[in-house]
Design a protein around this ligand. Sequence first.
Ligand code: ADP
Ligand code: MG
Length: 696
Amino acid sequence: MSNVPEIFGSMVFSEAVMQARLPHATYKEVVHAIHHDKRLTPEIATVVATAMKNWAVEKGATHFTHWFQPMTGVTAEKHDSFIHPTGDGLAIMEFSGKELVQGEPDASSFPSGGLRATFEARGYTAWDPTSYAFVKDGVLYIPTAFVSYTGEALDKKTPLLRSMQALNKQAIRILRLFGDTASESVRATAGAEQEYFLVDKSVYDRRKDLIYTGRTLFGARPPKGQEMEDHYFGAIKPRVAAFMKELNDELWKLGVVAKTEHNEVAPAQHELAPLFSTVNIAADHNQLTMELMRTIAKRHGMECLLHEKPFAGVNGSGKHNNWSMATDTGENLLEPGDTPAENAQFLLFLCAVLKAVNEYQDLLRISVATAGNDHRLGANEAPPAILSVYVGDELEGVLNAIMNDEAYSSAGKEPFKVGVSVLPRFPKDSTDRNRTSSFAFTGNKFEFRMPGSAQSISEANIVLNTAVAEELRRFADRLEAADDFDAELHDLIRETVKENMRIVFNGNGYDESWVVEAERRGLLNLRTTPEALPYYLHEKNIRLFEGNKVFTETEMRARYEIMQENYAKTIRIEAMTTSDMVRKDILPAVSAYGGMLAKTLTAKKALPGVDTSYEEAALKRLSELTAMTSKAADTLDEAIMQSNDITACEELSNFCRDKIFATMSELRICVDEMETITSAKYWPYPTYGEMLFSVR
Ligand code: ADP
Ligand code: MG
């Protein structure tokens, strides 16, 4: 057994370490800066840098890196050693305040959406003191934000931090109205449940599609899939258990509170949930979790698949983003209170979320729009592509009572009055029943279930924080100007519920009838990434981000291009892999098998009275299929060529979806049928059965 208290956070330059190692006055200033979004002076930075370096060297570090999150979706790092030659053939370990606070990686090769011409390659990384530095593999990691020479965000952390500031500002205004003078800050909190698959390295290495694209582009249904539902919460296999143990140990050392782990619905699918934390730390920790899952799986002879849909026909992987807001005094703002006054405050924050989700459905949908996640949203196991909020029957009853000025059944006969009437208790369990909702209230937080397993959670949280900040801003403007606070509050909540009730849906989100009902309600149903992305630049969305100082319009236009490009690039890589596999492996293998069948057929035909129906039928069907496949491969190659000439980004992603992806899907049907007819000896790849049951 690992000694958890001893290893937990042992590789983190945490507040406790700072307290022990920094002069008291310096420590106080750093903590104040962390909690109040303040900058540190160069003098303080120098003291911190030296303490940090000494601590890191004791932990075995020889290098440091500014760790950042460019628009690629993965993290980036460049290692510099602490070594400074002293001129006498010797060297000392040094780390300056300037090196801590700011870095200057060559930014030219990171996506910038045209923000930074390649000749103006300078980009800066800036220390984020609110996310602790840590030592991993002999390197001191300093979490940083990445911005261009002119200050534009080139990463996912910068806007996340800005959105947290926007939310903090507006939430505090609201708290003051309710007489809270003690809270100094409000932080968004998040806990990201991470789903993933594990397959044996031996099968992974033989699948070019997994290697190049992260998902299987072909594969016939296995004899056994997830239909028995015997994997969900099933006993964890020893090999997987060993992996999970090492993963937990490594995460704990880095201060990531990995809390629960279990088998998921599909064979070979698992989940890890951490304890929640402040959202920028949660985002950093989730990136670390994904990275460690990959490297530790390899040490156990396995590969970790983080793609949203590695296998057709079995569940895909998501990343449920649990979200709430908390004060620095420890109050969860989405926790219903015990008194009518506390409940009024809870209802107001709840209303802000309802309104934010209703008004910014498009942005929330876009925050989870990737080529990989398109396979999942709307498919059978995931929430549909439609945003709706599940609140549970009790809370819906309360909202209805408020909206109609009626009594709420279990709370007396008087009309429900905000700030006066008592809310019923919401038992936590009764709120988590609906697994089909895209955005569910689960007792004291919301669970956004649309994010894809491979995505950074920053995107979703930037939208959530900003949209809720915007609604709180409007609420605060109105309430601050009111003569009678209680009356105004009651009216505000009532109106908000009324205007936004269309987003509330407690039914089955997987049901076909919901699609029809949602359309009747005027809710958006943006099925694919190319369909969703153009909404990003709508006037109201630009106003939202500019108004809350999260993105400038220029930054938004750049991001828009990057999202479009990412989609098109992903589809094109998949298409080229498809073509390669079909031409180099699949068609030659099936043709060789056909040749063998033909030889047998000729030999058998020479024997009078011998039945050759199997050989004839198989040969006939395989010949038809190889002809169809080869033709589709030609169409695919041609489409890939054509796509090279399309420059407008919308046109390119639409083309990728309608021509390239559509042809890949046709091709796959032929190939999967061929797999069912071809001898296993000839088939060039491990089958679905072999992959899904490869870890035993
Ligand atoms: P419960 O069973 O109580 O609903 P879970 O164990 O399902 O909670 O929690 C799921 C995830 O939600 C976990 O990652 C957890 O840390 C996170 N979570 C719990 N409370 C909050 C909160 N206030 N803000 C953000 N995430 C939270
Ligand atoms: Mg949950």
